[in-house]
Write a protein that binds this ligand. Sequence first.
Ligand SMILES: Cc1cc2nc3c(=O)[nH]c(=O)nc-3n(C[C@H](O)[C@H](O)[C@H](O)COP(=O)(O)O)c2cc1C
Length: 214
Amino acid sequence: MTPHRSFFSIQPEKEFWVDIYRLMNSIVQPRPIAWISSLSAAGVRNLAPFSYFNICSMNPPIISNSIFFNRDGSEKDTLRNIKATRHYVVGTVSFDNAEKANLSSAPYDPDISEFDEVGISVVERGPGKPPFIADSPVQLVCELNQALALGEGAGVGNLVLGDVREIWITDQYQNIDWKQGLPPELLDNVGRMGADLYSRTSDRFSLVRATVPK
Ligand SMILES: Cc1cc2nc3c(=O)[nH]c(=O)nc-3n(C[C@H](O)[C@H](O)[C@H](O)COP(=O)(O)O)c2cc1C
């Protein structure tokens, strides 16, 4: 590859935030997607995908999501629900369920359940508990650690940290040694890229972890 020695600069504070948002989404990619099941204080089952998602602590396991304020500055249902109830479930998004995950991102009113509207089956876990997503083979049962508003207004993020209390894996993977990690071809996770693009994880390569040469 030809080395890049000359660059031009863009300063976010001088630009319209939506242009920077589009640019950043095209740079920081592919991003994993958390499909978040939560319950409103009134008990409405909510579901939405979030790709500003990662692991931020391993011992104990903590995951991060960033949930932006809506364009009118209000809280998304997921953020409001997590702050109100402190409990949520994260399902994985595969090639097979990506379309449903996308459909669940439509801005339904808080009293409407995306599970019902999109036609996504739930696995009930009892009263007061957000359900599992039957389309996802793995469910992370999380409890809010902290939610940090990074400011206020349209597009501003809320960093949501969740303690992973339980990891539930489909019985279909019962014969797999989960201590070695789950085979990526089974999960078939997709990644979120810029614009309306997604990536698959079927094209893989391996690199042995580097050590300091002796
Ligand atoms: C694949 C995908 C990833 C998304 N990632 C995020 C994200 O990381 N943060 C965010 O605030 N919104 C994200 N969105 C938009 C939310 O899903 C959308 O605003 C949704 O309506 C929120 O639902 P809720 O109001 O029920 O919480 C994403 C949408 C899609 C399709």
